[in-house]
Ligand binder design. Structure first.
Ligand code: AMP
Length: 426
């Protein structure tokens, strides 16, 4: 019996997953498309650490939010500090702005980031413990035109990735001026039906009744649907902002529905809140969520800088995207003998410098076997390096997709390969 037997096999942590090469091209395309689009709107990437002080999220995301109360990956490091694996990105960007005085740069500031987030939630389809977000944030722009522009940008990304059948829900959650009066009415309404709410919502009805709208329990949702609506309590400024925001959405031709119960699971939103959801049935149908947070920077001790942003879940995005992955094109080397093998290694090195993917396998084969191997691997081209070719310095290049063959020097053949690539991909 081998000593290896009986050893425990280690698997990935529950709620996390490997993204294997068969799938990773989709990720790369989605990420590259997002970067390209965001840069078109003037966004620049800001990369913050994966770990942050726990306090950042307690203060930023909000002490009464589900994320902070139930879902954070928090641990004490060897220096006795409380550290958290970021559950969302916004507080990190706010911290970075204040830390590096980015507010001194011309505003608005536009940032994007793509990376993993961590939430200790119950894993299920579309919900993971390590998941990935495409995130954008804008600082220093009060005009509701930006609220609409980021939604237009989100829709551009979705349609570039072949996502159809989505719709947009919008709401205004008010501000510090109008929310307290609404909160009071909401608390009264929640307390009146307290006995019928789930234990979690009973607690929320005292602490932060707005959070009842996040509850996934069906009976709580039904009760919450009858609660007073924030849109009936907005102050003049918030009402005007919400009106203008919708006018700009109309301008872009983005259809939406006002959803007064949409408050989003985070404590910091002010005025605009929105979600893009898919029409697909199922609980996890939100692809993108975001909103305005005009007080967060100041509450972190920074300048008076308003903010707005969104986060798109990459796993959910890919589950509804229709992305065409371009065929890989590479040159397989069919050589005979040691000398031709060495020549192939050198030729491949030169072709790679021209940006052409090459595969030289080290196992000796007969010419016939080389061709069946090239076929099996899906090579687009086969470069034949035999004795004749070595002598002449001219090689045979076979186009496996079109059953045609060329003869020429390496430089000539390289331009044929590149020429076809340009023709096919534009
Ligand atoms: P949130 O930060 O909660 O507003 O989430 C923004 C987006 O991230 C959601 O619309 C989802 O697409 C995605 N998302 C949030 N939580 C998870 C999770 N646990 N697993 C996968 N995707 C998630």
């Amino acid at each position: 019996m081998s000593g290896e037997q009986g050893k425990k096999v280690i698997s990935a942590i529950k709620g996390t997953k490997d993204i294997l090469p068969s799938e990773v091209r989709l990720w790369q395309i989605a990420e590259a498309t997002a970067r390209e689009i965001f840069e078109l709107y003037g966004y620049r990437e800001l990369r913050a650490p994966v770990i942050e002080p726990t306090e950042l999220f307690e203060r930023g995301t909000g002490a009464s939010s589900d994320i902070v109360t139930k879902e954070m990956y928090t641990f004490t490091d060897k220096g006795g500090r409380s550290i958290t694996l970021r559950p969302e990105y916004t507080p990190s960007v706010v911290r970075a702005i204040i830390e590096h005085r980015l507010d001194l740069q011309p505003q608005p500031l536009r940032f994007y980031y793509i990376g993993p987030m961590f939430r200790y939630d119950r894993p299920q389809k579309g919900r993971y413990r390590q998941f990935h977000q495409i995130d954008i944030e804008v600082f220093g722009e009060k005009d509701p035109a930006i609220d609409a522009e980021i939604l237009e940008m989100a829709h551009r990304l979705l349609s570039s990735l072949g996502v159809t059948g989505v719709f947009t829900l919008v709401n205004s959650v008010g501000c510090k001026k109008c929310r307290p009066a609404y909160g009071q009415k909401l608390r009264e309404a929640a307390l009146a039906v307290k006995e019928q709410l789930c234990p979690d919502c009973q607690r929320k009805s005292e602490l932060n009744p707005l959070r009842i709208f996040d509850c996934k329990v069906e009976s709580c949702r039904a009760l919450a649907a009858g609660f007073p609506r924030i849109t009936d309590f907005l102050c003049e400024e918030c009402r005007e902002h919400f009106k203008k925001f919708r006018e700009y959405l109309d301008l872009y031709g983005i259809s939406y529905r006002v959803e007064p119960t949409l408050v989003r699971g985070l404590d910091y939103y002010t005025k605009t809140a929105f979600e893009i959801v898919t029409e697909e049935a199922g609980a996890q149908n939100a692809i993108c969520g975001g909103g305005r947070y005009d007080d967060m920077v100041r509450e972190f001790g920074g300048p008076d800088l308003c903010g707005i942003g969104f986060a798109m879940g990459v796993e959910r995005l890919l589950s509804v995207a229709r992305i065409k992955v371009p065929e890989r094109s590479f040159v397989y080397f069919a050589y005979l003998g040691e000398e031709a093998k060495k020549e192939s290694l050198k030729l491949a090195r030169n072709l790679r410098s021209e940006g052409i993917e090459c595969l030289v396998e080290f196992k000796e084969r007969k010419m016939k076997d080389h061709f069946s191997r090239a076929n099996k691997l899906g090579a687009e081209w086969v470069l034949i390096v035999g004795e004749d070719e070595l002598r002449k310095g001219k090689f045979q290049l076979k186009d496996m997709t079109k059953a045609r063959q060329f003869e020429g020097s390496l430089i000539e053949l390289a331009s044929i390969i590149k020429g076809k690539k340009i023709l096919e991909t534009g």
